[in-house]
Design a binder for this molecule. Structure first.
Ligand code: R7I
Ligand code: MG
Ligand code: MG
Ligand code: MG
Length: 341
């Protein structure tokens, strides 16, 4: 089997197991002891008879896979339709509290511009939730910004999704044990700097013309660039690094600007060691554990490939087979594109 297919499977299965395992702790307001997390993920789940269910993070990822593989291309209207269908089929997968409004409006109004409902969220600010970033791994090779805008209009929600996609994309191109963390960080900084420069430019333009573009609130936002730059310093502390410092630096909440840096950092800090350490570490940070672990899992799975995902996790989580099938189909698409390019 080709190494890249292996890595595509690792990406989707990695995102899935991170979601399933992390969901056990979603919302805990404190840092979890390492022992507690590994006791759960490596021991306690052995006794589970029922599959460990996936949450909205995976439900939306699957909707993206479905659209991509059925349309055989990136089509945002089809993406939106799959999100809506999936949401109304199983609304109780733990979706963010506000995103259901977007799906209802998409269904009831079928607006010509499908990003309209998302732009009306939160009094026109758009959602800064991590829900665009959490689902983005299958689009890592395609169009992350466009996909984010279906549900998340706030610039920080969008930048988070693009950076997460970028991290997955970069990890696909690396082979263990060759992970130069400084280089990985420098490349991400470059992308983040460009995105944040665009954000400033678009907000200046908005003030000038009074036109409503993508809502952006540069004064109220924390910079991704600043957070990514801090990763080097934290990584240099090695095992002496306290999880408390990590959470103080990045946050661990439902905002994309917290969860995305926390996930990327979990990969850089522990994903170098093994796939499972990056998942356990992401969960141990507390807060939005399913989403942070799912995003760390996508990056880490892209780096390691599916064989490095523990068999126990693959056997206990709901939807692993479907994730592998989707990975196969997206890989096929990827190969076809290479031929026609
Ligand atoms: O971002 P989203 O899809 O939620 C994803 C999260 C993940 O943890 C999943 O695992 C699931 O549990 O939910 O959904 P949204 O409803 O768009 O955003 C999530 C939450 O962020 C909202 O319900 C709000 O609490 C908060 N939020 C905001 N609050 C105030 N002002 C997002 N944007 C704003 C805002 O502009
Ligand atoms: Mg969830
Ligand atoms: Mg939830
Ligand atoms: Mg979550």
């Amino acid at each position: 089997m080709s190494r890249m297919l292996h890595k595509f499977r690792g990406t989707l299965v990695g995102a899935l197991v991170g979601d399933c395992l992390g969901s056990h702790y979603e919302g805990v307001p404190y840092i979890l002891p390492w022992r507690e997390v590994t006791d759960y993920t490596l021991t306690k789940i052995k006794d589970k008879k029922e599959p460990i269910p996936y949450t909205d993070d995976t439900a939306m990822t699957r909707a993206i896979c479905k659209s991509l593989t059925e349309q055989k291309k990136y089509d945002n209207r089809s993406m939106a339709q799959e999100f809506v269908e999936e949401f109304f089929r199983e609304p109780h997968r733990g979706y963010g509290a506000a995103v259901g409004t977007v799906f209802k409006r998409l269904q009831d109004e079928n607006p010509e511009d499908i990003t309209l409902p998302a732009r009306c969220q939160f009094d026109g600010q758009g959602s800064y939730g991590n829900g665009a970033a959490m689902r983005i791994s299958p689009v890592a090779l395609l169009n992350a910004r466009k996909n984010a805008l279906i549900t998340h209009a706030h610039i920080n929600g969008v930048i988070g999704a693009i950076l997460q996609a970028e991290a997955v994309f970069k990890a696909l191109l690396l082979e263990p044990p060759n992970l130069d963390t400084d280089k990985f960080i420098d490349q991400l900084i470059e992308v983040a700097e460009k995105l944040e420069k665009d954000k400033e430019a678009s907000s200046e333009k908005k003030e000038d013309s009074g036109h409503s573009g993508i809502p952006s609130h540069p004064n109220k936002t924390v910079s991704y660039v600043k957070k990514i730059k801090e990763m080097k310093e934290l990584l240099s502390k090695g095992d002496a690094l306290e999880p408390k410092t990590v959470v103080e630096t990045f946050g661990n909440g439902i905002r994309a600007e917290e969860a995305v840096p926390a996930a990327i950092f979990s990969f850089l800090h522990k994903g170098k060691v093994s796939f499972d350490e990056s998942i356990n570490y992401a969960i141990s940070l507390g807060g939005d554990t399913d989403t942070i672990a799912s995003m760390a899992g996508a990056i880490s799975g892209a780096y390691w490939g599916v064989n490095e995902v523990p068999e126990l996790w693959k056997s206990k989580c709901e939807g692993v087979e479907e994730a592998i099938e989707f990975a196969n189909k997206i890989y096929e698409l990827h190969e076809q594109r290479k031929e026609t390019d």
